[in-house]
Design a binder for this molecule. Sequence first.
Ligand SMILES: NC(=O)c1ccc[n+]([C@@H]2O[C@H](COP(=O)([O-])OP(=O)(O)OC[C@H]3O[C@@H](n4cnc5c(N)ncnc54)[C@H](O)[C@@H]3O)[C@@H](O)[C@H]2O)c1
Length: 374
Amino acid sequence: MSEKLELLYLKEEEVIEAGVLDMKQCIDTIEEMFRLVGKGDYMMGGPNRNDHGLMLWFNKEEKFENIPKAGPDRRFMSLISYLGGEFDVVGNKWYGSNIENLNKGLPRSIHTFTLNDKDTGAPLSIMAGNLISSARTGAVPGVVSKHLARKNAKVVGAVGGGAINQSCVDAITTSVDTIEKVVLFDINVEKGKQIAEKLEKKINLKVEVVDNMDECISQSDIVTVATSGKVKPSINHSSIKPGALILLTGAADLSPETYKENRIVADLWSMHEKWLEDGLSHPEGISSILDWTMSGQLLEMVNNGDYDSGKIDDIGNIIAGDKEGRKSDDEVIICMTGGLPTEDVAWGYKVYQNALEKNLGTKLPLWDSSYLMK
Ligand SMILES: NC(=O)c1ccc[n+]([C@@H]2O[C@H](COP(=O)([O-])OP(=O)(O)OC[C@H]3O[C@@H](n4cnc5c(N)ncnc54)[C@H](O)[C@@H]3O)[C@@H](O)[C@H]2O)c1
């Protein structure tokens, strides 16, 4: 006779009560996750265990009217992984994204996150995933800044003021205590002003809004880029300050010399290489990955033989001490973070543990007794 099987359901308000917005705890958790990934104690999808996720690829034209067509930031994606160490659990972030959501009063993307027991596969928890995702995404530049920003970094430049970059700014200013101000450029300047007001209250630092990107980039020791939509930000090579750390969480246009003359670091380069494989097998070729991946341009250079990817270091290896960190105060470092499924598992699991401790959420039965086992 099989037992009742229950999982813990957490709605967004409960995820918040469980501390999802506690950036300090999130940064520590994500740093530990990178250490585990650096040691190899993880598994992501696919035979090479390094897949970002499985995506529904929309095309510009479809034979059937109801099939969704390609549009800016339009996709469905499932990110699966196992993470070892203190986590020792499996999880799946499943989301749909469509820029049109913003016109419907919805976030650009809508996420659910599931945790599963590694042995039985039984779901442990299903939770609202948006804040898990935005917090873990922001925490990554926070961790990277802690390890790779130049000493005494004073100015953070933010390109894009959406949910993700607000989280990135929160994390960077949490982990680098020398920051004195944030300079924000959003293509929608009015939105930028509103965001600046909200951010100032959160991070307790001045947030200056500028109406051109060069002004933002040229004075910044740390630059965080996370935009969405049709217009990719284009970063001038000559505007980059010596010693700057450029954090690409979203796609941007950089010149070939910016890639060639500076150091490149990734969250996990083998995951980006899988995007290249996917792009090459797509009917539209590599152009299919250029709009939405932060590494697309570099992958194209690698594919054309214009860049040796052997020079790229992974953050996990730097944190674990197997690769050198910043080499000089003047070194410009470009860091591309595509988002590891293990980040969601790490932070989702921590939030789940916090929820259990605080007795939050609703227990939902999957069955009272399994029909199949009767
Ligand atoms: N790497 C990761 O782990 C990861 C995870 C989640 C999201 N992302 C990426 O982060 C990006 C931002 O996501 P979001 O949810 O904050 O989006 P959003 O739509 O909520 O906000 C994007 C903001 O960027 C602004 N913007 C658009 N084009 C711009 C430009 N050229 N210059 C300056 N500002 C511009 C918009 O006005 C908007 O305020 C997306 O590309 C998304 O794919 C990355």
